[in-house]
Design a protein around this ligand. Structure first.
Ligand code: PMP
Length: 371
């Protein structure tokens, strides 16, 4: 019996290259000849210290993070940073751009720490694009944007053109394209899509962001305390950090961030092309804002003239794909439809397999006189 490969398009936790998952699993069995599992190894041991140092070094190198920026790898995920970012950076007033549920959650959390202005929103258009013309008041501490909107499949492929310092949630597109780190006060996110497994946040902070203390904070919330303890203020998530280390080495071996970008362009343009040619499916995001990471689409109910039939075909397509090794394509519960998440770990062959499923399912519907 031959087993077919499985391609996991889940939005996060998400697929990682097989060798990254295997190296992490092996370290959990035995860490680099120590006879101990990674899980029972002290975070203060020399062996773990060198993993941590190398992980930060690789991240700095791959993203061209300036030498005076601080890199923190902490427990908590992006939602924890929704709180820590304004706690540390919001002095008087911060501006937030609302491009979806995660962006609006980030904004909501910031309101606990000071005045927040929403300077742009695409909520009225069901978040189908990212705004291009954004006016930020001159007196804000920072402008916050969500570089990739995981649920809606939209992405800022360039940072918003504003004068204020930028802060970005890059949970779902970090390391998928080069970024201008020096334009940002802070870049942060949960690691469980493009970088590692769940349980880890990455936070990249400029010296200016850390310069002034806006308020006394509990230690666990204070980035300066984490920096002053060299990231070991308390026990960090050691397994996700090890996994990030392996993923960064893998990215480097593939040719770095520009190679990740080439693959992301190839995967996403292949899928958008099929959707644009389709009589059955259509992409959900406005073409000028399409994400390379999350390709959101649905059965075109308008063209079909029947909502119920469209929903039934979507359910049928999910099963059709699963039988062919393509899993995790159900859309987020808030928007419905279908979503193919193609992070760094998704091989080109996975996107090709999904493209074949899209074409073949449509041909089958035509053959059966259902279109
Ligand atoms: N921001 C974005 C853009 C996300 O996609 C997610 C998770 N899907 C989050 C924040 C929340 O991340 P976490 O679950 O790590 O808190």
């Amino acid at each position: 019996m031959t087993t077919q490969p499985i391609y996991n398009f889940c939005a996060g936790p998400a697929t990682l290259p097989r060798e990254v998952m295997e190296a992490t699993a092996e370290a959990c069995r035995q860490l680099e000849g120590t006879g101990l599992s990674l899980m029972e190894t002290s975070h203060r041991s020399p062996v773990f210290q060198s993993v941590l140092d190398e992980t930060r070094q690789l991240l700095r190198q791959l993203l061209h993070i300036p030498a005076d920026y601080t890199i923190l790898l902490l427990g908590g995920g992006a939602s924890m940073e929704f709180c820590r970012i304004p706690a540390n950076l919001l002095r008087h007033r911060a501006a937030y751009i609302n491009t979806g549920v995660w962006a609006s959650k980030a904004q909501h959390e910031a309101r606990h720490w000071g005045e927040v202005v929403e300077i742009a929103s695409t909520e009225r258009e069901n978040y189908d694009h990212v705004p291009t013309h954004i006016d930020a008041p001159h007196d804000v501490d920072y402008v916050h944007y969500t570089s990739n909107n995981t649920i809606y499949g939209t992405e800022f492929l360039r940072e918003p053109a504003v004068d204020a310092p930028l802060v970005s949630d890059m949970s779902s597109d970090i390391l998928s394209r080069p970024i201008r780190v020096e334009r940002h006060w802070a870049i942060y996110g949960g690691a469980q899509k493009n970088l590692s497994m769940a349980g880890l946040s990455f936070v990249i902070l400029s010296p200016e962001a850390l310069a002034a203390t806006p308020r006394p904070l509990p230690s666990i919330l204070d980035y300066r305390i984490h920096r002053d303890h060299d990231g070991l203020f308390h026990t960090p998530p050691v397994v996700p950090i090890y996994c990030a280390h392996e993923m960064l080495r893998w990215i480097q071996s593939q040719g770095g961030v520009s190679a990740m970008e080439r693959m992301a362009v190839e995967r996403s343009s292949m899928l958008y092309e099929v959707l644009d040619e389709s009589r059955l499916f259509r992409g959900m995001a406005r073409p000028d804002s399409r994400s390379r990471m999350n390709i959101c689409f649905r059965v075109d109910a308008e063209r079909l003239g029947d909502e119920t039939k469209a929903a039934a075909l979507e359910a049928e397509f999910i099963d059709y794909c699963a039988e062919r090794g393509v899993v995790g394509i159900k859309g987020h519960r808030l928007v419905g439809g279908l979503r193919a998440s193609c992070y760094n770990g998704m091989p080109l062959r996975g996107a090709e397999r999904l493209a074949e499923c899209l074409r073949e399912f449509e041909s089958e519907q035509i053959r059966r006189g259902r279109l």
